[in-house]
Design a protein around this ligand. Sequence first.
Ligand code: NDP
Length: 485
Amino acid sequence: MADALQPTASHYVNGGYVDDVAGEEMPVIYPASGKTIATVHAATATIVEQAIASAVAAQRDWAHLPGRERGRVLTRAANLIRERNRALSVLETHDTGKPLQETLVADATSGADALEYFGGLAASLTGEHILLGEDWAYTVREPLGVCVGIGAWNYPTQIACWKAAPALACGNAMVFKPSETTPLCALKVAEILTEAGAPPGLFNVVQGMGEVGASLVGDPRIAKVSLTGSVPTGRGVYAAAAKGMKHVTMELGGKSPLIVFDDADIDNAVGGAILGNFYSSGQVCSNGTRVFVQRSVREAFLERLTERLADAVIGDPLDEATSFGPMVSERQMEIVLGYIDKGREEGARLVTGGKRLDRDGFFVAPTVFADTTDQMTIVREEIFGPVMAVLDFDTEDEAIARANATAFGLSAGVFTRDLSRAHRVIGRLEAGTCFINSYNDAPVEMPFGGVKMSGVGRENAKAAIEHYSQLKSVYVRMGDVEAPF
Ligand code: NDP
Protein backbone atom coordinates (compact mmCIF):
# COMPACT_ATOMS: atom_id res chain seq x y z
CA MET A 1 0.00 0.00 0.00
CA ALA A 2 1.33 3.46 -0.88
CA ASP A 3 2.87 5.09 2.20
CA ALA A 4 1.01 8.34 1.58
CA LEU A 5 -2.22 6.53 2.37
CA GLN A 6 -1.11 5.04 5.63
CA PRO A 7 -2.41 6.69 8.76
CA THR A 8 0.68 7.59 10.78
CA ALA A 9 -0.34 6.13 14.15
CA SER A 10 -3.02 3.97 15.74
CA HIS A 11 -5.39 6.56 17.19
CA TYR A 12 -6.58 10.06 16.42
CA VAL A 13 -7.13 12.04 19.60
CA ASN A 14 -7.43 15.75 20.36
CA GLY A 15 -6.75 16.79 16.76
CA GLY A 16 -3.74 14.57 15.99
CA TYR A 17 -2.33 11.07 15.67
CA VAL A 18 -1.22 9.39 18.89
CA ASP A 19 0.02 5.95 19.83
CA ASP A 20 0.70 3.94 22.93
CA VAL A 21 2.70 0.85 22.08
CA ALA A 22 1.69 -0.67 25.44
CA GLY A 23 -1.62 -1.51 23.72
CA GLU A 24 -2.01 -4.96 22.18
CA GLU A 25 -0.77 -5.22 18.58
CA MET A 26 -3.53 -5.61 15.99
CA PRO A 27 -2.34 -6.62 12.50
CA VAL A 28 -4.23 -5.18 9.53
CA ILE A 29 -4.53 -7.93 6.93
CA TYR A 30 -5.26 -7.29 3.25
CA PRO A 31 -8.06 -9.77 2.52
CA ALA A 32 -7.03 -10.28 -1.10
CA SER A 33 -3.55 -11.53 -0.18
CA GLY A 34 -3.74 -12.59 3.45
CA LYS A 35 -0.64 -10.43 4.09
CA THR A 36 -0.22 -7.94 6.93
CA ILE A 37 -0.16 -4.40 5.54
CA ALA A 38 -0.09 -2.39 8.78
CA THR A 39 -0.13 -2.82 12.53
CA VAL A 40 -2.06 -0.74 15.02
CA HIS A 41 -2.24 -0.95 18.79
CA ALA A 42 -5.39 -1.33 20.83
CA ALA A 43 -6.12 1.73 22.93
CA THR A 44 -4.87 1.63 26.50
CA ALA A 45 -6.85 3.17 29.35
CA THR A 46 -4.65 6.27 28.96
CA ILE A 47 -5.64 6.73 25.30
CA VAL A 48 -9.34 6.16 26.05
CA GLU A 49 -9.16 8.76 28.84
CA GLN A 50 -7.45 11.30 26.55
CA ALA A 51 -10.09 10.73 23.89
CA ILE A 52 -13.06 11.17 26.20
CA ALA A 53 -11.56 14.14 28.05
CA SER A 54 -10.74 15.95 24.80
CA ALA A 55 -14.22 15.26 23.44
CA VAL A 56 -15.83 16.65 26.60
CA ALA A 57 -13.72 19.81 26.32
CA ALA A 58 -14.35 20.26 22.57
CA GLN A 59 -18.08 19.69 22.80
CA ARG A 60 -18.79 22.64 25.12
CA ASP A 61 -17.63 25.30 22.64
CA TRP A 62 -18.81 23.42 19.56
CA ALA A 63 -22.37 23.29 20.90
CA HIS A 64 -22.37 27.08 21.25
CA LEU A 65 -21.38 27.79 17.65
CA PRO A 66 -24.19 28.86 15.32
CA GLY A 67 -25.44 25.87 13.35
CA ARG A 68 -24.24 27.32 10.07
CA GLU A 69 -20.66 27.44 11.36
CA ARG A 70 -20.82 23.80 12.39
CA GLY A 71 -22.38 23.00 9.05
CA ARG A 72 -19.61 24.77 7.17
CA VAL A 73 -16.99 22.46 8.74
CA LEU A 74 -18.97 19.39 7.69
CA THR A 75 -19.46 20.70 4.17
CA ARG A 76 -15.74 21.42 3.82
CA ALA A 77 -14.98 17.88 5.02
CA ALA A 78 -17.42 16.51 2.41
CA ASN A 79 -15.62 18.46 -0.31
CA LEU A 80 -12.19 17.24 0.83
CA ILE A 81 -13.43 13.64 0.84
CA ARG A 82 -14.76 14.01 -2.72
CA GLU A 83 -11.48 15.55 -3.91
CA ARG A 84 -9.58 12.58 -2.41
CA ASN A 85 -12.11 9.93 -3.33
CA ARG A 86 -9.66 7.77 -5.26
CA ALA A 87 -7.00 7.65 -2.54
CA LEU A 88 -9.64 7.03 0.14
CA SER A 89 -11.21 4.29 -1.98
CA VAL A 90 -7.83 2.58 -2.40
CA LEU A 91 -7.45 2.66 1.39
CA GLU A 92 -10.98 1.29 1.86
CA THR A 93 -10.14 -1.54 -0.56
CA HIS A 94 -7.02 -2.38 1.49
CA ASP A 95 -8.97 -2.26 4.76
CA THR A 96 -11.91 -4.40 3.58
CA GLY A 97 -10.90 -6.17 0.35
CA LYS A 98 -13.96 -4.74 -1.45
CA PRO A 99 -13.29 -4.10 -5.16
CA LEU A 100 -12.17 -0.61 -6.10
CA GLN A 101 -15.02 -0.64 -8.63
CA GLU A 102 -17.34 -0.53 -5.58
CA THR A 103 -15.35 1.57 -3.15
CA LEU A 104 -14.99 4.38 -5.71
CA VAL A 105 -18.77 4.85 -5.73
CA ALA A 106 -20.12 3.53 -2.42
CA ASP A 107 -17.85 4.38 0.49
CA ALA A 108 -16.06 7.72 0.73
CA THR A 109 -18.74 9.17 -1.58
CA SER A 110 -21.51 7.97 0.72
CA GLY A 111 -19.60 9.43 3.69
CA ALA A 112 -19.31 12.74 1.83
CA ASP A 113 -23.05 12.68 1.12
CA ALA A 114 -23.78 12.35 4.85
CA LEU A 115 -21.40 15.18 5.78
CA GLU A 116 -22.86 17.40 3.08
CA TYR A 117 -26.47 16.59 3.99
CA PHE A 118 -26.10 17.16 7.74
CA GLY A 119 -23.82 20.13 7.11
CA GLY A 120 -26.73 21.64 5.19
CA LEU A 121 -29.24 20.84 7.93
CA ALA A 122 -27.15 22.19 10.82
CA ALA A 123 -28.33 25.78 10.39
CA SER A 124 -32.01 24.76 10.35
CA LEU A 125 -32.11 22.85 13.65
CA THR A 126 -34.61 24.70 15.79
CA GLY A 127 -37.21 24.17 18.46
CA GLU A 128 -40.86 25.25 18.45
CA HIS A 129 -42.92 28.10 19.81
CA ILE A 130 -46.19 26.97 21.44
CA LEU A 131 -48.94 29.49 22.28
CA LEU A 132 -50.86 28.72 25.49
CA GLY A 133 -53.36 31.59 25.75
CA GLU A 134 -51.57 34.42 27.56
CA ASP A 135 -48.68 32.15 28.40
CA TRP A 136 -46.45 30.35 26.01
CA ALA A 137 -43.82 27.68 25.82
CA TYR A 138 -40.89 27.00 23.60
CA THR A 139 -38.57 24.11 22.95
CA VAL A 140 -34.84 24.23 22.40
CA ARG A 141 -33.13 21.46 20.43
CA GLU A 142 -29.98 20.69 22.37
CA PRO A 143 -27.12 18.27 21.73
CA LEU A 144 -26.75 15.15 23.87
CA GLY A 145 -23.05 15.68 24.72
CA VAL A 146 -20.30 13.19 23.90
CA CYS A 147 -21.46 10.28 21.74
CA VAL A 148 -19.70 6.98 21.13
CA GLY A 149 -19.75 5.43 17.66
CA ILE A 150 -18.83 1.75 17.26
CA GLY A 151 -18.42 0.35 13.77
CA ALA A 152 -18.65 -2.98 11.96
CA TRP A 153 -16.03 -3.94 9.37
CA ASN A 154 -18.02 -3.88 6.16
CA TYR A 155 -18.26 -0.10 5.51
CA PRO A 156 -15.60 1.54 7.72
CA THR A 157 -15.59 4.99 6.06
CA GLN A 158 -19.34 5.14 5.55
CA ILE A 159 -20.17 4.03 9.10
CA ALA A 160 -17.81 6.61 10.62
CA CYS A 161 -19.37 9.38 8.52
CA TRP A 162 -23.00 8.25 8.97
CA LYS A 163 -22.49 8.53 12.72
CA ALA A 164 -20.20 11.58 12.87
CA ALA A 165 -22.21 13.78 10.48
CA PRO A 166 -25.55 13.98 12.37
CA ALA A 167 -23.78 13.89 15.75
CA LEU A 168 -21.54 16.85 14.94
CA ALA A 169 -24.29 18.78 13.12
CA CYS A 170 -26.37 18.67 16.32
CA GLY A 171 -23.50 20.01 18.45
CA ASN A 172 -22.18 16.75 19.91
CA ALA A 173 -18.62 15.42 19.98
CA MET A 174 -17.79 11.79 19.17
CA VAL A 175 -15.34 9.07 20.13
CA PHE A 176 -15.40 6.40 17.42
CA LYS A 177 -14.12 2.84 17.69
CA PRO A 178 -13.75 1.06 14.36
CA SER A 179 -13.92 -2.72 14.08
CA GLU A 180 -10.54 -4.28 14.89
CA THR A 181 -10.68 -5.89 11.42
CA THR A 182 -10.78 -2.55 9.53
CA PRO A 183 -9.08 0.12 11.66
CA LEU A 184 -7.61 2.41 8.98
CA CYS A 185 -10.39 4.33 7.22
CA ALA A 186 -11.94 6.14 10.20
CA LEU A 187 -8.52 7.67 10.98
CA LYS A 188 -8.60 9.41 7.60
CA VAL A 189 -12.11 10.73 8.32
CA ALA A 190 -10.78 12.22 11.58
CA GLU A 191 -7.78 13.75 9.79
CA ILE A 192 -10.04 15.33 7.17
CA LEU A 193 -12.47 16.74 9.75
CA THR A 194 -9.53 18.46 11.45
CA GLU A 195 -8.36 19.88 8.13
CA ALA A 196 -11.90 21.12 7.50
CA GLY A 197 -11.84 23.11 10.74
CA ALA A 198 -13.21 20.75 13.39
CA PRO A 199 -11.69 21.72 16.75
CA PRO A 200 -9.27 19.27 18.42
CA GLY A 201 -11.16 16.55 20.29
CA LEU A 202 -14.42 16.88 18.39
CA PHE A 203 -14.02 13.57 16.54
CA ASN A 204 -11.60 11.04 18.02
CA VAL A 205 -10.80 7.53 16.82
CA VAL A 206 -9.55 4.87 19.21
CA GLN A 207 -8.70 1.31 18.17
CA GLY A 208 -9.38 -1.89 19.98
CA MET A 209 -11.54 -4.93 20.38
CA GLY A 210 -14.84 -5.23 22.18
CA GLU A 211 -13.31 -4.34 25.59
CA VAL A 212 -12.32 -0.89 24.36
CA GLY A 213 -15.86 -0.40 23.05
CA ALA A 214 -17.25 -1.57 26.39
CA SER A 215 -15.04 0.84 28.34
CA LEU A 216 -16.32 3.72 26.21
CA VAL A 217 -19.96 2.67 26.59
CA GLY A 218 -19.60 2.38 30.38
CA ASP A 219 -18.02 5.79 30.93
CA PRO A 220 -20.39 8.14 32.76
CA ARG A 221 -19.37 11.08 30.55
CA ILE A 222 -20.86 9.38 27.48
CA ALA A 223 -24.43 10.42 26.62
CA LYS A 224 -25.17 8.21 23.65
CA VAL A 225 -23.98 5.07 21.88
CA SER A 226 -24.51 4.33 18.21
CA LEU A 227 -23.50 0.80 17.23
CA THR A 228 -23.38 -0.92 13.87
CA GLY A 229 -22.86 -4.60 14.50
CA SER A 230 -24.42 -7.97 15.12
CA VAL A 231 -27.53 -8.66 17.20
CA PRO A 232 -25.65 -10.36 20.09
CA THR A 233 -23.22 -7.42 20.39
CA GLY A 234 -26.14 -4.99 20.10
CA ARG A 235 -27.97 -6.68 22.92
CA GLY A 236 -24.93 -6.41 25.21
CA VAL A 237 -24.15 -2.81 24.30
CA TYR A 238 -27.81 -1.77 24.68
CA ALA A 239 -27.90 -3.35 28.17
CA ALA A 240 -24.64 -1.64 29.17
CA ALA A 241 -25.95 1.72 27.92
CA ALA A 242 -29.19 1.22 29.86
CA LYS A 243 -27.23 1.20 33.14
CA GLY A 244 -26.46 4.86 32.54
CA MET A 245 -29.85 5.55 30.84
CA LYS A 246 -27.93 6.51 27.69
CA HIS A 247 -29.48 7.12 24.31
CA VAL A 248 -28.81 4.41 21.74
CA THR A 249 -28.97 3.79 18.03
CA MET A 250 -28.59 0.13 17.12
CA GLU A 251 -28.01 -0.81 13.48
CA LEU A 252 -27.87 -4.58 13.64
CA GLY A 253 -28.12 -7.63 11.45
CA GLY A 254 -30.81 -9.04 9.20
CA LYS A 255 -32.07 -11.97 7.17
CA SER A 256 -34.21 -9.96 4.85
CA PRO A 257 -36.78 -11.24 2.37
CA LEU A 258 -36.81 -10.33 -1.30
CA ILE A 259 -40.08 -11.43 -2.93
CA VAL A 260 -40.26 -11.97 -6.69
CA PHE A 261 -43.80 -12.31 -8.10
CA ASP A 262 -44.53 -14.07 -11.38
CA ASP A 263 -45.34 -10.78 -13.16
CA ALA A 264 -41.96 -9.22 -12.29
CA ASP A 265 -39.43 -8.15 -14.89
CA ILE A 266 -37.16 -11.14 -14.33
CA ASP A 267 -33.96 -9.41 -15.40
CA ASN A 268 -34.58 -6.59 -12.95
CA ALA A 269 -35.46 -9.06 -10.20
CA VAL A 270 -32.25 -10.98 -10.88
CA GLY A 271 -30.34 -7.68 -10.82
CA GLY A 272 -31.90 -6.80 -7.45
CA ALA A 273 -31.07 -10.24 -6.08
CA ILE A 274 -27.45 -9.89 -7.26
CA LEU A 275 -27.12 -6.46 -5.62
CA GLY A 276 -28.82 -7.77 -2.49
CA ASN A 277 -26.59 -10.85 -2.12
CA PHE A 278 -23.24 -10.39 -3.83
CA TYR A 279 -22.32 -6.69 -3.62
CA SER A 280 -19.43 -6.36 -1.12
CA SER A 281 -19.22 -10.17 -1.34
CA GLY A 282 -22.51 -10.35 0.51
CA GLN A 283 -21.22 -8.52 3.59
CA VAL A 284 -24.13 -6.08 3.82
CA CYS A 285 -26.54 -6.04 6.75
CA SER A 286 -29.63 -5.20 4.69
CA ASN A 287 -29.09 -7.99 2.13
CA GLY A 288 -32.15 -9.80 0.80
CA THR A 289 -30.76 -13.26 1.45
CA ARG A 290 -34.10 -15.08 1.53
CA VAL A 291 -35.21 -14.80 -2.09
CA PHE A 292 -38.84 -15.94 -2.38
CA VAL A 293 -39.61 -16.68 -6.04
CA GLN A 294 -43.15 -17.50 -7.19
CA ARG A 295 -43.09 -21.11 -8.30
CA SER A 296 -44.02 -20.58 -11.97
CA VAL A 297 -41.00 -18.32 -12.62
CA ARG A 298 -38.54 -20.13 -10.37
CA GLU A 299 -36.62 -21.95 -13.13
CA ALA A 300 -36.48 -18.88 -15.38
CA PHE A 301 -35.17 -16.85 -12.45
CA LEU A 302 -32.48 -19.42 -11.56
CA GLU A 303 -31.41 -19.78 -15.18
CA ARG A 304 -30.97 -16.04 -15.69
CA LEU A 305 -29.26 -15.68 -12.30
CA THR A 306 -26.73 -18.41 -13.11
CA GLU A 307 -26.00 -16.84 -16.50
CA ARG A 308 -25.38 -13.45 -14.95
CA LEU A 309 -23.23 -14.79 -12.10
CA ALA A 310 -20.93 -16.31 -14.71
CA ASP A 311 -20.13 -12.71 -15.71
CA ALA A 312 -18.80 -11.80 -12.24
CA VAL A 313 -15.18 -10.71 -12.52
CA ILE A 314 -13.49 -12.24 -9.49
CA GLY A 315 -9.93 -11.19 -8.79
CA ASP A 316 -7.60 -8.42 -7.70
CA PRO A 317 -9.81 -5.86 -5.95
CA LEU A 318 -7.49 -3.04 -7.03
CA ASP A 319 -8.19 -3.80 -10.69
CA GLU A 320 -11.20 -1.68 -11.59
CA ALA A 321 -12.55 -4.45 -13.83
CA THR A 322 -13.00 -6.71 -10.78
CA SER A 323 -16.60 -6.85 -9.58
CA PHE A 324 -16.34 -9.44 -6.81
CA GLY A 325 -13.69 -9.57 -4.08
CA PRO A 326 -12.74 -11.62 -1.02
CA MET A 327 -14.34 -11.93 2.40
CA VAL A 328 -13.02 -9.39 4.90
CA SER A 329 -11.08 -11.95 6.96
CA GLU A 330 -10.10 -15.57 7.19
CA ARG A 331 -12.48 -15.92 10.15
CA GLN A 332 -15.43 -14.59 8.16
CA MET A 333 -14.50 -16.88 5.25
CA GLU A 334 -14.53 -19.89 7.59
CA ILE A 335 -17.92 -18.86 8.99
CA VAL A 336 -19.36 -18.60 5.47
CA LEU A 337 -17.85 -21.93 4.35
CA GLY A 338 -19.36 -23.50 7.49
CA TYR A 339 -22.81 -22.26 6.45
CA ILE A 340 -22.31 -23.60 2.92
CA ASP A 341 -21.53 -27.04 4.37
CA LYS A 342 -24.66 -26.80 6.52
CA GLY A 343 -26.75 -25.94 3.45
CA ARG A 344 -25.54 -29.09 1.69
CA GLU A 345 -25.97 -31.27 4.78
CA GLU A 346 -29.53 -30.07 5.32
CA GLY A 347 -30.50 -30.95 1.74
CA ALA A 348 -30.49 -27.65 -0.16
CA ARG A 349 -29.69 -27.90 -3.89
CA LEU A 350 -26.43 -26.12 -4.75
CA VAL A 351 -27.05 -24.21 -8.00
CA THR A 352 -23.67 -22.53 -8.28
CA GLY A 353 -20.56 -21.72 -6.24
CA GLY A 354 -20.28 -23.38 -2.86
CA LYS A 355 -16.53 -23.33 -2.39
CA ARG A 356 -13.41 -21.37 -1.51
CA LEU A 357 -11.57 -20.21 -4.61
CA ASP A 358 -8.12 -21.56 -5.31
CA ARG A 359 -6.13 -18.34 -5.01
CA ASP A 360 -4.48 -16.21 -2.33
CA GLY A 361 -6.80 -14.33 -0.01
CA PHE A 362 -10.19 -15.12 1.46
CA PHE A 363 -12.31 -15.67 -1.66
CA VAL A 364 -15.60 -17.60 -1.56
CA ALA A 365 -17.44 -18.15 -4.86
CA PRO A 366 -20.84 -16.49 -5.28
CA THR A 367 -23.16 -19.24 -4.05
CA VAL A 368 -26.82 -19.95 -4.75
CA PHE A 369 -28.91 -22.64 -3.05
CA ALA A 370 -32.38 -23.59 -4.36
CA ASP A 371 -35.01 -25.97 -2.96
CA THR A 372 -34.42 -24.46 0.46
CA THR A 373 -36.98 -24.53 3.27
CA ASP A 374 -37.78 -22.04 6.04
CA GLN A 375 -36.34 -24.40 8.67
CA MET A 376 -32.86 -24.68 7.17
CA THR A 377 -29.99 -23.00 9.02
CA ILE A 378 -28.93 -21.06 5.90
CA VAL A 379 -32.47 -19.62 5.68
CA ARG A 380 -32.78 -18.72 9.36
CA GLU A 381 -29.37 -17.30 10.30
CA GLU A 382 -27.50 -14.28 9.01
CA ILE A 383 -24.48 -15.56 7.06
CA PHE A 384 -22.90 -12.23 6.06
CA GLY A 385 -21.33 -13.66 2.93
CA PRO A 386 -22.16 -14.39 -0.74
CA VAL A 387 -24.78 -17.06 -0.12
CA MET A 388 -28.30 -16.72 -1.54
CA ALA A 389 -31.15 -19.00 -0.52
CA VAL A 390 -33.96 -19.28 -3.10
CA LEU A 391 -37.35 -20.32 -1.71
CA ASP A 392 -40.49 -21.19 -3.72
CA PHE A 393 -43.93 -19.80 -2.90
CA ASP A 394 -47.44 -19.93 -4.36
CA THR A 395 -49.59 -17.13 -2.91
CA GLU A 396 -49.13 -13.55 -1.78
CA ASP A 397 -50.40 -14.27 1.75
CA GLU A 398 -48.05 -17.21 2.07
CA ALA A 399 -45.03 -15.15 0.95
CA ILE A 400 -45.82 -12.39 3.45
CA ALA A 401 -46.33 -14.77 6.37
CA ARG A 402 -43.11 -16.63 5.64
CA ALA A 403 -41.15 -13.41 5.00
CA ASN A 404 -42.21 -12.12 8.43
CA ALA A 405 -41.42 -15.36 10.25
CA THR A 406 -38.04 -14.16 11.53
CA ALA A 407 -36.78 -12.27 14.55
CA PHE A 408 -34.99 -9.82 12.23
CA GLY A 409 -36.64 -6.84 10.53
CA LEU A 410 -34.03 -4.75 8.76
CA SER A 411 -35.07 -4.72 5.09
CA ALA A 412 -37.48 -6.20 2.56
CA GLY A 413 -37.96 -5.98 -1.20
CA VAL A 414 -40.71 -6.76 -3.68
CA PHE A 415 -40.44 -7.22 -7.44
CA THR A 416 -43.75 -7.02 -9.34
CA ARG A 417 -45.26 -5.00 -12.18
CA ASP A 418 -48.51 -4.68 -10.18
CA LEU A 419 -48.00 -1.48 -8.18
CA SER A 420 -51.08 -2.00 -5.97
CA ARG A 421 -49.71 -5.35 -4.95
CA ALA A 422 -46.26 -3.86 -4.38
CA HIS A 423 -47.57 -1.31 -1.88
CA ARG A 424 -50.00 -3.78 -0.29
CA VAL A 425 -47.21 -6.31 0.32
CA ILE A 426 -44.67 -3.75 1.54
CA GLY A 427 -47.34 -2.42 3.92
CA ARG A 428 -47.56 -5.85 5.56
CA LEU A 429 -43.84 -6.67 5.73
CA GLU A 430 -42.16 -6.18 9.11
CA ALA A 431 -39.03 -4.30 8.05
CA GLY A 432 -37.58 -0.84 8.58
CA THR A 433 -36.09 -0.21 5.13
CA CYS A 434 -38.01 -1.44 2.06
CA PHE A 435 -37.58 -1.49 -1.70
CA ILE A 436 -40.05 -1.77 -4.59
CA ASN A 437 -38.51 -3.06 -7.84
CA SER A 438 -35.06 -2.26 -6.46
CA TYR A 439 -32.75 -3.41 -3.70
CA ASN A 440 -30.25 -1.93 -1.22
CA ASP A 441 -30.40 1.73 -2.23
CA ALA A 442 -29.28 3.85 0.73
CA PRO A 443 -29.39 7.54 -0.17
CA VAL A 444 -28.67 9.84 2.78
CA GLU A 445 -32.07 11.51 2.29
CA MET A 446 -33.89 8.26 3.25
CA PRO A 447 -34.00 7.00 6.86
CA PHE A 448 -32.18 3.69 7.32
CA GLY A 449 -32.68 1.19 10.12
CA GLY A 450 -34.49 -1.86 11.34
CA VAL A 451 -37.40 -3.09 13.43
CA LYS A 452 -37.65 -6.16 15.71
CA MET A 453 -34.15 -7.54 16.53
CA SER A 454 -32.54 -5.55 13.70
CA GLY A 455 -32.31 -2.39 15.66
CA VAL A 456 -33.45 0.75 17.37
CA GLY A 457 -33.41 4.25 15.91
CA ARG A 458 -32.63 5.47 12.41
CA GLU A 459 -29.54 6.69 10.64
CA ASN A 460 -29.57 9.23 7.81
CA ALA A 461 -32.24 11.74 6.78
CA LYS A 462 -33.97 14.18 9.12
CA ALA A 463 -34.89 11.21 11.32
CA ALA A 464 -31.28 10.98 12.55
CA ILE A 465 -31.55 14.44 14.11
CA GLU A 466 -34.04 13.04 16.64
CA HIS A 467 -31.43 10.51 17.71
CA TYR A 468 -28.59 12.99 18.24
CA SER A 469 -30.47 15.79 20.01
CA GLN A 470 -32.96 16.28 22.81
CA LEU A 471 -35.62 18.87 23.48
CA LYS A 472 -35.64 21.26 26.38
CA SER A 473 -39.17 22.56 27.04
CA VAL A 474 -39.56 25.97 28.61
CA TYR A 475 -42.90 27.24 30.02
CA VAL A 476 -43.20 31.03 30.21
CA ARG A 477 -45.89 32.54 32.48
CA MET A 478 -46.90 36.07 31.55
CA GLY A 479 -49.11 36.81 34.59
CA ASP A 480 -49.09 36.14 38.32
CA VAL A 481 -48.51 32.72 39.81
CA GLU A 482 -51.65 31.36 41.51
CA ALA A 483 -50.69 28.98 44.32
CA PRO A 484 -53.15 27.17 46.68
CA PHE A 485 -51.48 28.59 49.78
P1 NDP B 1 -19.82 -7.28 15.86
O1 NDP B 1 -21.15 -7.19 16.47
O2 NDP B 1 -18.96 -8.42 16.16
O3 NDP B 1 -18.97 -5.98 16.24
C1 NDP B 1 -19.42 -4.68 15.99
C2 NDP B 1 -18.54 -3.71 16.74
O4 NDP B 1 -18.81 -3.79 18.13
C3 NDP B 1 -17.04 -3.98 16.59
O5 NDP B 1 -16.37 -2.74 16.52
C4 NDP B 1 -16.73 -4.73 17.85
O6 NDP B 1 -15.37 -4.68 18.20
C5 NDP B 1 -17.59 -3.98 18.85
N1 NDP B 1 -17.88 -4.70 20.08
C6 NDP B 1 -17.90 -6.04 20.30
N2 NDP B 1 -18.24 -6.31 21.59
C7 NDP B 1 -18.46 -5.12 22.19
C8 NDP B 1 -18.84 -4.73 23.51
N3 NDP B 1 -19.09 -5.60 24.48
N4 NDP B 1 -18.99 -3.41 23.79
C9 NDP B 1 -18.77 -2.49 22.82
N5 NDP B 1 -18.38 -2.79 21.56
C10 NDP B 1 -18.24 -4.09 21.24
O7 NDP B 1 -20.09 -7.12 14.31
P2 NDP B 1 -19.10 -7.28 13.08
O8 NDP B 1 -18.01 -6.27 13.15
O9 NDP B 1 -18.74 -8.71 12.99
O10 NDP B 1 -20.04 -6.83 11.86
C11 NDP B 1 -20.93 -7.67 11.28
C12 NDP B 1 -22.31 -7.47 11.85
O11 NDP B 1 -22.71 -6.12 11.76
C13 NDP B 1 -23.34 -8.25 11.07
O12 NDP B 1 -24.13 -9.02 11.95
C14 NDP B 1 -24.20 -7.21 10.40
O13 NDP B 1 -25.50 -7.57 10.23
C15 NDP B 1 -24.04 -6.02 11.26
N6 NDP B 1 -24.18 -4.81 10.46
C16 NDP B 1 -25.31 -4.05 10.59
C17 NDP B 1 -25.50 -2.94 9.82
C18 NDP B 1 -26.72 -2.09 9.97
O14 NDP B 1 -26.66 -0.92 9.67
N7 NDP B 1 -27.84 -2.59 10.44
C19 NDP B 1 -24.50 -2.53 8.83
C20 NDP B 1 -23.35 -3.37 8.80
C21 NDP B 1 -23.20 -4.47 9.60
P3 NDP B 1 -14.33 -5.74 17.57
O15 NDP B 1 -14.99 -6.44 16.43
O16 NDP B 1 -13.21 -4.90 17.16
O17 NDP B 1 -14.01 -6.70 18.67
